[in-house]
Design a protein around this ligand. Sequence first.
Ligand SMILES: NC(=O)c1ccc[n+]([C@@H]2O[C@H](COP(=O)([O-])OP(=O)(O)OC[C@H]3O[C@@H](n4cnc5c(N)ncnc54)[C@H](OP(=O)(O)O)[C@@H]3O)[C@@H](O)[C@H]2O)c1
Length: 391
Amino acid sequence: MSTDDANNLNVAILGSTGSIGTAAVEVISKLYPKYSAWGLSAHSRLDQLVEQANFCGSKRVVAACRDNLAKLQTGTFPVGCELTSGPDALVELAQADEVSIVVAAIVGSAGLASTLAAARAGKRLALANKEALVIAGSLVTAAVKSSGGEIIPVDSEHSAIFQAIHAGRASQVKRVILTASGGPFRTWTRQQMLAATIESALAHPTWQMGRKITIDSATMMNKALEIIEARWLFDLPSDKIHVIVHPQSIVHSMVEFDDGSVVAQLSPPDMRLPIQYSLTYPERLSGPCRTMDWTKSWTLDFEPVDTERFPAIELGWEVARRGGTSGAVLNAANEAAVELFLQGKIRFVDIVDGCRRILNEHNYDPNPTMDELQKLDRWSREEIIRWATVR
Ligand SMILES: NC(=O)c1ccc[n+]([C@@H]2O[C@H](COP(=O)([O-])OP(=O)(O)OC[C@H]3O[C@@H](n4cnc5c(N)ncnc54)[C@H](OP(=O)(O)O)[C@@H]3O)[C@@H](O)[C@H]2O)c1
């Protein structure tokens, strides 16, 4: 399912074996031959990568981790498909001349280098890897600007804002309103959250996602990261980025203009829709997604967000306001803390408490280099582990 027709568009899906990556493979298969999955990448699930490469007829696959490659029989990839490995190979795939669109769907800071490479190469960046903007929003957006590339958000909230914001002038946007499902602990007290188990935190009520983002949804750190993402994507000050809880996940976000009009985007919760839109924009093509059933009654509820029970939200506003090194520190502390929680080494509530502590302790720099961001990333992870051990 790869195409050599010059009018058709080759897509590289970085992180094709994940929740977003798998959905992207499906969407692209329905849009073939206009779009084809020319390149794919995986980290640990190499058997799935082989299956995907055969299904898509991909021309290049990347095994991001060389150690995992040893377990794989290369003969199983389709004839003519080049197999490369390691983090540099991810960057090369993101920059390949044959590729027009890069779906950045690697989870966490592991996706930063390839996302930045796609931005520098002037690609259309279909961005799911929000962590890249949280860590290095100024560098990624500057790279897009100077290369003539573009970012089309995949995150459903930012896709909604991207669609709604064009209903008026940028200077007349009063605020954007990110909706949040509230996650599995929407109605839990802080006392109940003290005893939250891994299983209960992974039981998201409306979305099927990877483990890291599912825990981020439970702490609402995901919404904090999205506040920061919105700050960079739409060049908005933090006080114009609001959050409300909307348990049904039908209204994916809204933009309020100076005249009081609120423009929203609605659809059933299905990530295939924003993925497809990021590929086809400005076209809107029919695809595999579920649509609203207007013959039935819908109830849409909205509640103010409770920052006492979900203190992560305040971290999002703070980091969106301060920028500099604070995003890299928050992101790394959160990634490490989520991992510790999933290993049963810290409590659920410790995730955000630990992030607050590390953020307060770090040496803030308003204009960091990439080297500095990488050093702080390592420092934050070590500090979280140290804090979790000595407490
Ligand atoms: N899932 C959603 O509905 C959703 C919605 C909005 C935004 N997002 C964002 O999309 C991104 C992906 O989320 P996800 O839920 O799809 O995650 P996921 O299911 O955990 O998938 C992550 C992908 O990244 C790969 N990967 C993991 N560690 C890597 C490393 N060190 N180097 C290179 N590749 C690595 C994985 O490979 P293997 O599987 O082969 O190990 C997999 O392909 C995240 O930034 C998330 O915040 C997700």
